[in-house]
Design a protein around this ligand. Structure first.
Ligand code: GLN
Length: 488
């Protein structure tokens, strides 16, 4: 299956056996970037020289027997909302133009402590608001499977980079599906861990009670390694979970006999779900049953309220989080304002794109006196009901299987004029964030030559079962080895 460059594990093994050096891996990533990125627009800033220098240091460590971890010397990309000292972070927004971070995010610290080499930043929807990576001041990212189509969002650049083989791993953030949905659109594996499992220190906040960092890889095996590297308690994030991080790779036992896979009736009856997507997902579930799992019906009766509750809570939190971008503290400042108020107004009006402004307005509205009870409070009540739905379902099953997205990658421009239709594409992913539970999307085939994703949701802190199930699926199928054709 692995020809030396098709997974992180393959890269790790090639380094360990001496068949390639870190310097060669980095050159390979840069070459692949140079061949593909003009058409993909997935990578925003490549740290080519810095990465080459760091690779040399990694090769020296290897020769001296002083490796920091098994992924020492392996290239990885970051979504452009995770800060790295001395590097720009734009969140794909004009308002962060010129911003250079004075500090490292926790995930950067952890990757560097493991010796991984950060290759640069990936394109995203502005402030992670979107489902297509079209809301970017840097222009839309393109799906490597079909350049006319969106790669999903908001972490579309990371998903496309891994799909195109620029790196074998990239980090993303998932507030309402932004790892799982682009993973599904681009045919890669994407995991959103339990809320609080990975520190948000140095992740630019969108909706703080929902945001979670995770990763894109080709395989569950690779995801286990990356998650191992970035997970763990961090006292700088007050919502960080103190529990010890289990050995995720050891959890991949290859055995899911007796595992109960819950099929929520509501998710298979959702209007607007492409029948071919349904079919691939059902075939994926049949494969899990063939491996000894048992499918059981479960109910998630409040699923239909998930998108509405999510867009009220997420925008409310965003309206507060984005207040800090005022032209004074970060990035873009309007010139020539006659007083402070005008400077704030013009900086924000020039700096934020249309979707971000729409959400700040919506979020401010639902928090305002007179509307709070009807919207924000109601949405929080729905959130509790959704969490209770999952609790009851997980009394009957160990994982829940659904489509990741109701459809395959849509055409660029298809939904940009109709924000509601864009929001509806998050119907299967937002509930996991509202409940704080982990989820993974794995490729489960194609429809009209475009990837389909199978979503597996798990109990709080049970990433092990999710990864084990995804791994068994990938041992038995080869959808995750399909690669997009057509890009140089
Ligand atoms: N599409 C969702 C939104 O626009 C999710 C985004 C995310 O997970 N960052 O809010």
């Amino acid at each position: 299956m692995d020809d030396g460059a098709t997974s992180l594990v393959a890269q790790r093994d090639a380094l360990a056996s001496g068949t390639c050096s870190s310097a060669e891996l980095i050159d390979g990533a840069i070459d692949r970037h140079d061949q593909t990125n003009a058409s993909l627009n997935a990578v925003l800033g490549l740290r080519a020289d810095a990465a080459r220098a760091e690779a040399k240091e990694s090769d020296v460590r290897r020769a001296a027997g002083e490796l920091r971890s098994s992924i020492d010397g392996i290239p990885i990309l970051l979504k452009d909302n995770m800060v790295q000292r001395g590097e720009p972070t734009t969140c794909s927004s004009r308002i962060l133009e010129g911003y250079v971070s004075p500090y490292d995010s926790c995930v950067v610290e952890k990757l560097q402590a493991a010796g991984a080499i950060i290759m640069g930043r990936t394109n995203m929807d502005e402030f992670a608001m979107g489902s297509s990576t079209e809301n970017s001041v840097h222009g839309a990212a393109h799906n490597p499977w079909d350049l006319e189509r969106a790669c999903g969002g908001s972490s579309g650049g990371s998903a496309a980079s891994v799909a195109a083989g620029i790196t074998q791993a990239a980090l993303g953030s998932d507030t309402g599906g932004s790892i799982r949905q682009p993973a599904s659109f681009c045919g890669v594996t994407g995991i959103k861990p339990t809320y609080g499992r990975v520190s948000r220190w140095g992740l630019v906040a969108y909706a703080s009670s929902l945001d979670q960092i995770g990763c894109f890889t080709h395989t569950a095996q690779d995801a286990a390694i990356v998650l191992q590297t970035i997970a763990g308690h961090d006292e700088r994030d007050s919502t960080s979970i103190p529990d010890a991080v289990p050995d995720y790779s050891a959890a991949l036992t290859g055995d899911i006999r007796g595992l109960k896979v819950g099929l929520p009736k509501e998710c298979f009856e959702t209007e607007g779900t492409d029948p071919e997507v349904q079919e691939r997902v059902r075939a994926g579930i049949a494969e899990l049953e063939a491996a000894g799992a048992e499918a059981v019906e479960v109910n998630l009766p409040h699923t239909k309220y998930g998108v509405a509750a999510y867009y009220l809570i997420a925008t409310a939190e965003a309206s507060s989080n984005l207040a800090r971008f005022d032209g004074a503290r970060y990035g873009h400042r309007a010139s020539g304002a006659k007083d402070l108020k005008e400077m704030y107004e013009r900086s924000r009006s020039e700096g934020f794109g249309a979707e971000v402004k729409r959400r700040i307005m919506l979020g401010t509205y639902v928090l305002s006196a007179g509307y709070f009870d009807a919207y924000y409070k109601k949405a929080q009540q729905v959130r509790t009901l959704l969490r209770q739905d999952f609790e009851s379902a997980f009394a009957k099953c160990d994982v829940i299987a659904t489509p990741t997205s109701p459809e395959v990658a849509f055409k660029l421009g298809e939904k940009t004029e109709d924000p509601i239709s864009m929001y509806l594409s998050d119907v299967f992913t937002v509930s996991a964030n509202l409940a704080g539970i982990p989820g993974v999307s794995v490729p489960c085939g194609t429809s009209a030559n475009l990837p389909v994703g199978l979503q597996l949701l798990g109990r709080v802190l049970d990433e092990e079962t999710l990864l084990r199930t995804a791994d068994v699926f990938q041992q038995r199928t080869d959808h995750h080895t399909d690669r997009p054709g057509g890009i140089a």
